[in-house]
Design a binder for this molecule. Structure first.
Ligand code: URA
Length: 231
């Protein structure tokens, strides 16, 4: 990766729009997860790629029984090219350990595979993907689900839950409910780890972390021993 990409400076240079290649042009029925990861680099299904450093595809165990789905990569993920490796990812790792779930045994991905941002001075500020961008990226997620074949999909936060469960899904009221889905035998949702990082004080952060771990423990009950941490 170039020095400009590593530092994020690239985002302040205009990037040339190339002829669009959509997921429909890039996803082959027999492509493996690795093929998909490579193909997604050329995706121009929406415009977000122009503001991002690189695609951040999902990663994890190919036959994982549980798939965690976040919203989109953050700044750190955009620079590293891996999902959930920044502050929210570290909090997620801590919660998974407390819930007894092996991160290596699960698959972690996002609804949208590029970091969507707006600039404020030199800063890149997270911008929620819109419905069109989410729809444009969906074939990648569906292809990941088809290859991994998880038993449980866990939506992290409202963007994922509203895209995969129901448009009117309310995480505050429905978190932790296990539901059937055409995407996987079971689907559920909990908060996004970055919402815990935004808690107003230590006391509420600890309380929210405890509840997040409880949601993950409920999910752990549906998992085989191979996906659980050995005590
Ligand atoms: N937030 C997300 O939703 N996904 C990531 O990969 C990182 C932060």
């Amino acid at each position: 990766m170039t020095r400009e990409k590593r530092s994020g400076l690239l985002h302040h240079m205009p990037r040339k729009k190339t002829k669009g290649q959509s997921p429909a042009d890039l996803i082959e029925p027999d492509s493996s997860l690795e093929d998909l990861r490579g193909a997604a680099e050329s995706c121009r299904g929406c415009d977000i790629w122009q503001r991002a450093t690189q695609v951040v595809f999902g990663e994890g165990a190919p036959g994982a029984e549980v798939m965690l789905v976040g919203e989109q990569p953050g700044t750190r993920e955009d620079l590293d090219g891996r999902p959930f490796v920044g502050p929210a990812g570290r909090l997620l790792d801590e919660a998974l350990i407390k819930a007894g779930i092996e991160r290596r045994g699960i698959y972690v991905t996002n609804i949208v595979k590029h970091f969507n941002s707006t600039t404020r001075g030199k800063l890149r500020i997270h911008k929620k993907p819109n419905a069109e961008e989410i729809a444009a990226c969906r074939p990648w997620l569906e292809a990941e689900i088809a290859r991994v074949g998880p038993k449980v999909i866990v939506c992290l936060g409202a963007t994922a839950a509203q895209a995969l469960i129901a448009r009117d899904f309310r995480v505050s009221r429905q978190r932790g409910e296990m539901m059937k889905s055409p995407l996987a035998p079971l689907i559920t949702a909990t908060v996004h780890p970055s919402s815990i990082l935004r808690s107003r004080d230590d006391k509420s952060r600890h309380a929210e972390m405890r509840q997040f771990v409880e949601d993950l423990k409920k999910i752990a009950r549906h998992l085989p021993p191979s996906a659980l941490k050995r005590k």
